[in-house]
Design a protein around this ligand. Structure first.
Ligand code: 5GP
Length: 187
């Protein structure tokens, strides 16, 4: 079977984290990359588990030393994937999943054209807004920034290899499994 890098993107609030969690529960052999961010942790988030939480200076230092496979500014914060971990996993023959924004996904595709880009779509823009508001993790200004960003992300999704609609969690998990199984079995 072919070991690959899978990149999952989707607008903030689309539920991509939940789809991914469901997928990983059924397919625990996949490695999930832990990103670096300058965003402050949300309640319950743990450094080294959800993200590596860095200061702006620490993040800049990683950029200057070419430590990132990709990085992007998203809604006022910086996010990036360290090269080291990705390379280690691929060298060890492990399939790896990145959950990153569309700017980062397209950077990865440029550097690694064999990477598979998968976009998780919301049933509608209104559904996205409702979910984003319903989770009560962001203030109004941040919600507005994320909704603006969502429009841009939907446009960039046109350049992805696959799109999966998340209007039903179980169906979305199955669709993700189908896409990944198809790619894994492609020699
Ligand atoms: P959140 O702040 O909600 O955790 O993430 C905001 C956005 O940043 C999401 O779209 C998420 O996929 C994206 N993101 C998380 N990690 C990375 C990363 O390492 N690189 C890039 N480019 N985006 C990331």
């Amino acid at each position: 079977m072919n070991k690959k890098l899978y990149v999952i993107s989707g607008s903030s609030g689309v539920g991509k984290g939940t789809v991914l969690k469901g997928f990983l529960k059924k397919n625990p052999e996949f490695m999930l990359s832990i990103s670096c961010t300058t965003r402050k942790p949300r309640p319950g988030e743990v450094d080294g588990v959800n993200y590596f939480f860095l200061s702006k200076d620490e993040f800049q230092n990683c950029i200057d030393n070419d430590k990132f496979l990709e990085w992007a500014e998203f809604a006022g914060n910086f996010y990036g994937t360290k090269k080291k971990y990705i390379n280690q996993c691929l060298e060890q023959g492990k399939d790896i999943i990145l959950e990153i924004d569309t700017q980062g996904a397209l950077q990865v595709k440029k550097r690694m054209p064999e990477a598979v880009l998968i976009f998780i779509c919301p049933p509608s823009y209104e559904a996205l807004e409702n979910r984003l508001r319903g989770r009560h993790t962001e203030d109004e200004e941040t919600i507005q920034k994320r909704l603006e960003q969502a429009k841009i992300e939907l446009e960039r999704a046109e350049r992805f290899d696959y799109k999966i609609l998340n209007d039903d969690l179980e169906k979305a998990i199955c669709a993700l499994e189908n896409v990944i199984n198809k790619e894994r079995n492609n020699a």
